[in-house]
Ligand binder design. Structure first.
Ligand SMILES: Cc1cc2nc3c(=O)[nH]c(=O)nc-3n(C[C@H](O)[C@H](O)[C@H](O)COP(=O)(O)O)c2cc1C
Length: 190
């Protein structure tokens, strides 16, 4: 992060968020590499996922997942989602609120599939599907074939609002960032 960014202006906060989320995509060791993806139907649910893409211009977070997973059923019922990132080292929490869109057997999923390693692809050929009860811990198999798996999906979360929190001994700092309405960006009491 640029040392001139002292996180004292809302522009600095925007820039910092973009920097860390972009870094999370590229750098496996970044604290922002994984986050908790939260969905909400009858009951709330959260799970750790890998940050596969971040489009800073449009505020889109990308995740890879399995079409048969519970989270897809939930997103199809209610597309509201929240992505919670936290870096203990940077003392920064970033909560992104938006709408999730599931891409299955389309251009976006095919493009992502073609860029994936064989090892990553393997997971998407697993049977039975995720979440099914099995007799033993290893009672599942993978029948790998050389084409895009029907189980593969790309989830794009279109961020509307970000709640940013920076923990600081002298006083915490909190801001709300509105992806498409910069004029609404504001400091919030922490
Ligand atoms: C470090 C880590 C990274 C993970 N990354 C993903 C991921 O990118 N996509 C995914 O679908 N599940 C990922 N998982 C598994 C999920 O946390 C979760 O167990 C699984 O997706 C089933 O969730 P669901 O039943 O709510 O759909 C990851 C788990 C861990 C611990």
């Amino acid at each position: 992060m640029d040392s001139k960014n002292t996180l004292e202006t809302l522009e600095n906060v925007r820039e910092s968020i973009s920097f860390y989320l972009s870094e999370g995509v590229k750098n496996r060791k970044s604290d922002f590499r994984t986050f908790t993806l939260c969905t909400s139907t009858d009951k709330p649910a959260g799970r750790t996922v890998v940050l596969r893409g971040y489009n800073r211009e449009n505020g889109i977070i990308t995740v890879h997942s399995n079409f048969h997973a519970e989270k897809i059923i939930e997103i199809n019922k209610n597309s509201n989602a929240c992505c919670v990132f936290y870096s203990k080292a940077k003392k920064i929490q970033i909560r992104c609120f938006g709408r999730a869109e599931v891409n299955h057997n389309n251009d976006k999923s095919s493009k992502a599939w073609s860029n994936m390693s064989d090892m990553s692809k393997e997971c998407y050929f697993q049977k039975p599907y995720p979440g099914n009860v099995i007799n033993n811990y290893d009672s599942f198999s993978k029948n790998v074939i050389d084409r895009e798996s029907d189980s593969f999906v790309v989830i794009n979360i279109h961020i509307e609002k970000i709640d940013w929190l920076y923990l600081k001994r002298e006083g915490h700092r909190r801001a709300n960032i509105f992806i498409n309405q910069m004029s609404k960006d504001t400091w919030v009491s922490p």
